[in-house]
Design a protein around this ligand. Structure first.
Ligand code: NAP
Length: 361
């Protein structure tokens, strides 16, 4: 084998069979990036694999499996035109997304169904079924992390597979992987973050004089709003993110329903504008801290002081971690869109690719 250090030659590369459950904003962006011979394909090739999407399942656009690899360009144009993926399916019929997860020929399942903020399903069932049959799992869905982190990590460990979820909070900005890979031995004592892009955008637009409904439409057009934007505005999305961070970073399985939660819907527009004029704007803040009875998580509108790192984030997402060994660390994601979410998935897929390439045949 020859080639630059850290790279793998074509002859040595293994196919990495990727199955997608969910082909909406995020799934389509990932597919668009994977379908070209651009940086995504290069990164995966350098990790030792050739990516091949062998299956895509949706709710209303049908599903398709082809072990030889689906044409992503054709799948994208079919779904954009409102047509079913079924025309590309090869093999025995599959009755449901659950059957797809059980049967699709794949090495990694990428779970991209919408968040169910009350139960985390059907994503948890998809992740569990995939890990049980020995697939790695990558997801942007925070439900499985918030509701079932310990059991899914345990299952992944027993099956010697990866369960990775960097894109679930702050898109592709490193949060979970930052703590796991770059802060060995450090304990996360707490965190504060403006984690919901839709509410940050809506509050910023209200400050600029726009009506809240128009700002929500802008977030929907950008593809950053949840399938039901009420889940953003009433703080459910932020609560689930807080629970996901507490579970994964603080080893504290806080149920989203136990998060004290207040959204931004009750904030009068005049109060939002006045607060911004006074230089202490409102943002929806998620915070967690260790207390006598365990870890507590709270979501609610807070006014930010100018010296607060979250203030500097403006309409963007930011997270401040409090740690014992490294003090405070802030992560800021400027202009997060679905593009950054796709990148978060790529960063996890590269980790999967390395593990897959290193396995004995
Ligand atoms: N958008 C973002 O910027 C962003 C950022 C970070 C994380 N996330 C998370 O990423 C996930 C996907 O987000 P998205 O914006 O791509 O959502 P989306 O645009 O609403 O797409 C959801 C996809 O899932 C499919 N689906 C729904 N229920 C299903 C089921 N039971 N089985 C199989 N497929 C199902 C839908 O099928 P149809 O196409 O037939 O409707 C659609 O293809 C969510 O969990 C979200 O919270 C999103």
């Amino acid at each position: 084998m020859s080639g630059r250090p850290g790279t793998t030659t074509g002859a040595a590369r293994r196919p990495l069979r990727i199955a997608l459950v969910g082909f909406g904003h995020v799934g389509r962006r990932l597919a668009a990036r994977l379908s070209r011979s651009g940086p995504y394909a290069r990164a995966l090739r350098a990790a030792g694999v050739t990516p091949r999407v062998t299956g895509i399942a949706t709710a209303r656009h049908g599903l398709a499996v082809d072990e030889r690899g689906l044409s992503l360009a054709r799948c994208l144009s079919a779904v954009r035109a409102g047509r079913s993926l079924a025309a590309f399916h090869r093999g025995p019929p599959l009755a449901s997304a659950a059957a797809f997860v059980r049967r699709v020929p794949a090495d990694v399942l990428v779970e991209l169904t919408p968040l169910d903020p009350r139960r985390g399903e059907p994503a948890i069932a998809h992740v569990r079924a995939a890990l049980r049959r020995g697939l790695h799992v990558v997801t942007a869905n925070k439900g499985p992390v918030a509701f079932a982190y310990r059991s899914l990590r345990g299952l992944a460990g027993r099956r010697r597979r990866l369960f990775l979820h960097e894109a679930a909070v702050m898109d592709g900005a490193p949060v979970f992987n930052l703590v796991e890979r770059c802060l060995p031995g450090a304990r996360v004592l707490g965190f504060r973050g403006t984690l919901n892009s839709t509410t940050s955008l809506v509050l910023t637009r209200i400050e600029q004089g726009m009506a809240a409904a128009a700002a929500v439409r802008e977030a929907q057009a950008l593809g950053i709003a949840e399938a039901d934007p009420a889940n953003d505005l009433d703080g459910w999305d932020a609560a689930v993110k807080g629970a996901a961070l507490a579970s994964a970073l603080m080893d504290a399985p806080v149920r989203p329903a136990r998060v004290r939660r207040r959204g931004i819907q009750s904030l009068p527009a005049a109060a939002v504008r006045r607060a911004a004029r006074q230089g202490r704007p409102f943002r929806l803040v998620t915070r967690a801290w260790r207390a006598a009875g365990g870890v507590r998580v709270r979501v609610g509108p807070e006014r930010l002081a100018v010296e607060d790192p979250l203030y500097g984030a403006g309409s963007d997402s930011a997270l401040v971690l409090q740690t014992d060994l490294m003090g405070e660390i802030a992560v800021l994601e400027r202009g997060g869109t679905v593009e950054q979410t796709a990148y978060g998935l790529l960063s996890d897929l590269v980790a999967v690719a390395r593990a897959h390439a290193a396995r004995r045949p």
